[in-house]
Design a protein around this ligand. Structure first.
Ligand SMILES: CC(=O)[C@@H](O)[C@H](O)COP(=O)(O)O
Ligand SMILES: NCC(=O)COP(=O)(O)O
Length: 290
């Protein structure tokens, strides 16, 4: 049985805002390229080790029921070889829960799956599946896995996540990423507000899906953001500039965005206002202290 590897540092539970957003690199689509020909290469575990060297804080692998890309062997090898931590994405089904109990990855992210989908289309409906998800959370926690729920940025889903005992949520950013220019601001505000609500309720808050080099900074700047899981855009960039550069550049953008946001908040507060103290509960920092 693979030893449990490095658990995710859940900064929310230590009381402070996450100092810098962590980068989880999803290597699914390295495996997509391999499965295209049924070869042994490119190897997603080799990619994961390279990504770690380039700055990834964790590795995400989505073991789908149809095994279209990541295979069971990839999960087993990654659990034994990674130096950071494995985040296993999986559906809430017995086959996957039993596999996670056997392999014991540091993190498990429960995601919805439809066989016909091109990629994940929406968040997990925790509200409609409380008992089933709560039972899965209990089993996975007993196996030593830190459970996150991949949910839409919806207050009802956040409250349900807390009720079923998940310590972490990952907010689905797809609706914002795919929104028209007209609707994007509202979609982004929905993510920002949902993340703040989840953080204030004591959850660790991650985000992901469809993030790339031209939209990542907006999410990385949000002070509640503990980790971003990013895959497709990094693998696409790697095809032209190599995986190490693709990972390093994504991490640079994320850290730079958070540092810049923090400096802007400090400058605003240093500028003060008529009362001499900035009202951090109403400005655009979403009530986030420095
Ligand atoms: C849940 C999510 O948005 C992704 O992590 C997921 O892995 C997408 O599925 P594919 O990787 O199969 O596109
Ligand atoms: N949970 C999101 C993830 O792991 C990667 O999603 P994407 O960047 O491949 O869309």
């Amino acid at each position: 049985m693979a030893e449990l590897i490095g658990a995710s540092p859940s900064k929310a539970r230590t009381g402070g805002w996450p100092s810098r957003p962590l980068l989880g690199v999803n290597v699914d689509h390295i495996a997509t390229l391999r499965q295209a020909r049924g070869t042994r290469f490119p190897d997603p575990v080799q990619a994961a080790l390279l990504a770690e060297q380039a700055g990834a804080d964790g590795i995400t692998m989505h073991l789908r029921e149809d095994r279209r890309h990541i295979q069971d062997r990839d999960i087993e090898r990654a659990a034994d070889m990674l130096n950071t931590r494995l985040n296993l994405e999986m559906a809430v089904v017995e086959e996957m829960i039993a596999l996670a109990e056997r392999i014991r990855p540091a993190n498990v992210c429960l995601v919805p799956e439809k066989r016909a989908e091109l990629t994940t289309e929406g968040g997990l409906d925790v509200v409609a599946n409380r008992d089933r998800i709560a039972a899965a959370c209990r089993r996975l926690k007993a196996a030593g896995c830190e459970v996150s729920l991949f949910i839409d940025p919806d207050p009802d889903q956040i409250r349900a996540a807390l009720e079923v005992g998940a310590p972490v949520v990952e907010l689905h950013t797809g609706a914002w990423v795919e929104a028209s220019r007209e609707h994007a601001p509202v979609a982004f505000e929905r993510i920002a507000a949902a993340g703040e609500m989840a953080f204030e309720m004591g959850l660790v808050v991650n985000a992901g899906h469809g993030l790339h080099y031209h939209n990542v900074e907006a999410v990385a700047a949000l002070a509640w953001c503990n980790e971003l899981n990013i895959g497709h855009a990094i693998v696409a960039r790697a095809a032209f500039s190599g995986l190490a550069e693709a990972v390093a550049e994504m991490k640079r953008l994320m850290v730079g965005a958070r540092d810049s946001a923090r400096l802007q908040r400090a400058a605003r507060l240093a500028g003060g206002d008529s009362r001499g103290t900035a009202d951090v509960t109403t400005d655009d920092t979403h009530g986030q202290p420095l």
